[in-house]
Design a protein around this ligand. Structure first.
Ligand SMILES: C[S@@+](CC[C@H](N)C(=O)[O-])C[C@H]1O[C@@H](n2cnc3c(N)ncnc32)[C@H](O)[C@@H]1O
Length: 307
């Protein structure tokens, strides 16, 4: 669609409708383009778009009409009340992932110095949301994708949140460090899942580890005992049909208090396990002197084993 010399707000929205772009999406894009809130748009139907906005409009509409996620068209997305910059190098943070933040905030105590790791941070969504809510934790965010890590670091800088970043494969990025809490939303879509086609604009490495979708979850779980302190939690997001297998992997790796929570759609979405406290930890004979069990308010509630 060619840019128009004179285009009113109403005409711009009509163009969006003609292209098959959802009205609400079109309004979000227009609001950002004009630097105005939605209420302004509703009251300024007949206002003419500035020339720069009128000329940018067709390209933005075409991107959205081609199925590009609204978040990429806008270049930003909200997660847990944080406005995050997003690019096609990072997964668009999903609302269901906020479950992991809620769960993390329940198991973290308010004391200083707790070490938290976000494995596969993408835009930094989990690390930044937890760090903002618990400013006394020491947060490490990792990713195997350098461009994703750059987006996360930029988000941390813009939001003024102190987070360390490390590039590398799952736990390897953390070296010998050990943590009080690990959160991870790994790629978990099976290679043959037909939903992958609809997600083609997002990085495949963020969505699927290939095979049955469990490979990354298994790696993170199996590496957990070497990198988690006694009593530490591992909180994982997974596919709606993976809770039982994830619970089995956690149990096989020696985790206890394993439970699953569902998202707002009622789908089993996150599963957690806790390392046994020090006395029960067979693997802790080599624990560093500063390693310490941490007081816990109790097991996660609302357990709904997806099994
Ligand atoms: C599902 S995305 C999650 C992004 C972000 N944590 C969120 O919840 O929005 C998975 C992330 O894991 C990263 N990743 C994939 N394979 C990895 C690996 N082998 N080691 C570390 N990170 C990896 C991807 O680059 C991607 O950023």
């Amino acid at each position: 669609m060619a840019p128009e010399a004179v285009l009113s707000v109403a005409q711009a929205l009509a163009r969006a409708r003609a292209c098959g772009v959802d009205r609400l999406d079109a309004m979000w894009i227009l609001c950002q383009l004009l630097g105005q809130p939605r209420a302004w748009l509703l009251a300024h139907d007949h206002d003419v778009l500035p020339a720069a906005a009128a000329s940018a409009w067709p390209t933005l509409l075409a991107r959205r009409a081609a199925g590009e996620p609204l978040a990429y068209v806008l270049g930003e997305w909200e997660f847990f009340g944080l406005n995050l910059r997003v690019t096609p190098k990072v997964l668009v943070p999903r609302p269901e992932t906020e479950l992991l933040v809620d769960w993390a905030l329940e198991v973290l105590d308010a004391g200083p110095g707790q070490q938290v790791i976000d494995l596969g941070t993408g835009s930094g969504a989990l690390a930044l949301a937890i760090r903002r809510a618990r400013p006394r934790v020491r947060m490490l965010a990792t990713d195997a994708c350098a461009q994703a890590l750059a987006v996360a670091a930029d988000n941390a800088r813009r939001l003024g949140l102190e987070v360390s970043f490390a590039l590398g494969d799952w736990w390897a990025a953390a070296g010998a460090a050990r943590f009080d809490l690990a959160v991870c939303n790994p790629p978990y879509v099976a290679a043959a899942d037909p939903h992958l086609a609809a997600l083609r604009h997002e990085p495949l490495a963020a969505l699927s580890p290939g095979g049955d979708g469990l490979g990354a979850l298994a790696q993170v779980i199996q590496g957990g005992p070497q990198h988690l302190l006694p009593g530490a939690w591992l909180l994982l997001e997974h596919g709606h049909d993976q809770a039982q297998r994830v619970s089995g992997l956690l149990a096989a790796a020696g985790f206890e208090a394993i439970s699953t929570r569902s998202d707002l759609a009622g789908l089993a979405r996150c599963t957690a396990g806790r390392r046994p406290a020090a006395a029960e930890c067979r693997l802790d004979t080599t624990a560093a002197p500063e390693s310490r069990p941490i007081a816990r308010p109790g097991d996660p509630k609302a357990a709904q084993t997806g099994a």
